[in-house]
Design a protein. Structure first.
Length: 616
């Protein structure tokens, strides 16, 4: 059988390596299966007929991973983006045959955002973000305020006008945000999944902006449906800034307290520390979806521009394999590293050349109607939106823990020489980054790959090739990017201190996580970690056990089994009566309904096991 035939048979027989590669795609539905079938065909054709032969071979053997082969290069699609939502709402846009004008209420603005999210997600293959959504929507809530004030001045006593207007506007905002949350979670894109969308918010200090922030957080705390389950999307990223919401004396400190409560109950929001983000990126913005960040960029007028920019794709280097092949010889390691970086370059350069073949009519919402800010005509060159380093393309890496383990043993994190070696790897990648950026006029970014599927794939391939290498291939997974070994019991403060150096060299994509037991009412404990992180890291996620059993009412952390998760109180494993939420990469996922791939499941199991051994 050809590989294509094997993969198609794998779809029919529900091979987990194929149908469960994405933890947020429900492979039981026809829509997802149709997308997976198209993806298998696109991937096969891309490997056989489109990619340079040495790149295809390197991907298939596991030297590199050419991400999203089920979409690109078969089609010249882009990856993730920051949608220019403010421009689209202000100037109107078109979807299909419908010309959408600028909204005159927050409810209409929210509805237009949902349609924008759905169409953008169907026109690319990565995540999308609406950054500063509180500030974007604030001006449309003012329309509501004016309407209610006009009514009140006619029919309400003068002394009651302000209270009436405030109550009506507040209701409108909460209704709009709740509708936005429900609609995002009930959407299905052409990819057969809920849109991978992120909302960045937290910096608005005006009255309407504050109300929108409160509505976002309270809606998430409330949960979805009659069972009040945790919403998986949109991913929430809450911005923290000195003078805005960090300290008790700041005007939005009360909203930070609400964000802490939300994170304790629903795991989101993640937080984005303003000053450290500016230090790493040159200016402030949310990630494009999961963790991909844009560097500062100025247009011809000298203005900093973020919304409307995007990423052109990722190729990831298998660093643990290089370490294994070097057999503990650093000189040999750097020789192999240089060779593999050459392949990585060719793979990324091919992505760039393929995207140059796109036309504005291929994705009108992106190129013609404002999602990428500048509105092209059908004869225009789409690459004009990406050149001069306006777009990024990502040099991914995985497994710094395993690399250092080969040279220094499995407990190397406190060894400064070992850590310096891992940092030297990123510093060397940065030298390539600058050279390739200059060569191609696209910003090459160093990306700490989320590795949802690569934790399994690279390790599995290396186990087949090299056998059981202690603390490397014998675990069943590779460690995500620069993260501290999940099997070790360290405090959040120790973990942040260890990891804080890496994003300085890998600012094209990163996130830190801290693990907690169920905190219940200990909000101050979580706030202590958030505050500690402010001057140390830019982007921090909160991992707290929030599983729920509707049979017995248990709330906390479900037991992990070889095949999934089980309520520790009553043994319930029925996906219809449990709500299990785990972080499968930068996003949350429901692994009971859509099991994670094997390696990622093992990593989660290891993390949960050691969390349960930790004293609260």
């Amino acid at each position: 059988m050809t590989q294509l035939e094997k993969d198609l048979e794998g779809l029919i027989t529900k091979d987990p390596k194929i149908v469960n590669e994405n933890a947020n795609k429900d492979s039981q539905t026809f829509a997802t299966m149709r997308d997976l079938t198209a993806g298998v065909v696109s991937k096969s054709y891309g490997l056989m007929h489109l990619l340079p032969q040495h790149v295809a071979t390197a991907h298939q053997s596991g030297d590199i991973h050419f991400h999203d082969l089920d979409y690109h290069p078969f089609q010249p699609l882009t990856n993730c983006c920051l949608i220019d939502a403010a421009g689209m709402l202000a100037h109107g846009f078109q979807i299909g045959n419908a010309h959408v004008t600028s909204p005159k209420s927050i409810q209409t603005a929210a509805a237009q955002l949902v349609q924008t999210i759905a169409n953008v997600s169907s026109s690319q293959y990565g995540g999308c973000t609406i950054d500063r959504i509180d500030e974007v929507l604030s001006k449309y809530a003012i329309h509501n305020e004016r309407k209610h004030r006009a009514v009140a001045e006619k029919y309400i006593k003068a002394e009651d006008i302000e209270r009436y207007v405030d109550e009506q506007v507040t209701q409108d905002i909460f209704a709009a945000i709740e509708s936005l949350e429900y609609e995002v979670n009930t959407l299905y894109t052409s990819n057969g999944q809920t849109p991978f969308v992120t909302f960045g918010f937290g910096l608005a200090t005006d009255e309407m902006g504050r109300k929108i922030q409160q509505a976002i957080l309270q809606t998430r705390i409330k949960g979805l449906g009659k069972d009040r389950v945790t919403a998986i999307f949109p991913k929430l990223v809450f911005s923290i800034k000195k003078g805005v919401n960090l300290a008790p004396t700041d005007p939005n400190y009360d909203i930070k307290q609400l964000a802490l409560e939300c994170s304790m109950k629903r795991m989101y929001p993640d937080i984005l520390n303003y000053d450290k983000t500016v230090e790493l990126l040159g200016d402030f913005k949310a990630p494009m979806g999961c963790r991909s960040f844009l560097p500062a960029w100025q247009n011809k007028q000298g203005e900093y521009e973020n919304s409307g920019r995007c990423n052109l794709g990722v190729v990831t280097l298998n660093l643990p394999r290089i370490a294994i092949e070097s057999q503990g010889d650093k000189a040999r390691f750097w020789e192999i590293f240089a060779e593999r970086m050459g392949v990585l370059h060719d793979a990324l350069a091919f992505r760039i050349e393929r995207i140059k073949q796109a036309e504005p009519n291929n994705a009108p919402i992106l190129y013609k109607h404002g999602a990428f800010k500048y509105r092209l005509q059908e004869q225009d060159d789409v690459f004009s939106l990406f050149e001069h380093q306006r777009a990024t393309i990502s040099m991914g890496y995985i497994g710094l823990y395993e690399v250092a383990t080969i040279f220094y043993g499995p407990n190397w994190e406190t060894n400064s020489e070992a850590k310096d070696f891992t940092l030297d790897i990123l510093k060397t990648m940065r030298e390539y980054q600058y050279a390739w950026t200059k060569q191609h006029d696209v910003w090459f970014s160093i990306y700490s790959t989320p590795s949802e599927s690569l934790t399994d794939r690279f390790c599995r391939l290396d186990y087949e090739k090299f056998g059981a290498v202690p603390d490397v291939t014998d675990k069943g997974y590779y460690q995500n990017s620069f993260h501290y070994d999940v099997r070790k019991d360290v405090t959040p403060f120790e973990k942040l201190d260890f990891e804080q150096d890496y994003p300085h060299y890998a600012s094209g994509g990163y996130i830190h996580y801290c693990e907690y037991p169920k905190l219940d009412h200990n909000k101050k404990a979580l706030e202590a970690v958030w505050d500690y992180s402010y001057d140390r890291v830019s982007y921090l996620g909160t991992n707290i056990p929030i599983d729920h059993c509707y049979d017995c009412g248990f709330e906390g952390d479900f037991d992990t089994t070889d095949t999934g998760y089980r309520c520790p109180n009553c043994g319930n494993q029925n996906p219809e009566t449990v709500d299990v939420v785990k972080r499968t990469c930068g996003y949350l996922g429901n692994p009971v309904q859509r099991p994670t791939i094997e390696g990622r499941h093992k990593e989660i199991c290891a993390r949960v096991k050691h969390m349960k051994e930790r004293k609260s």
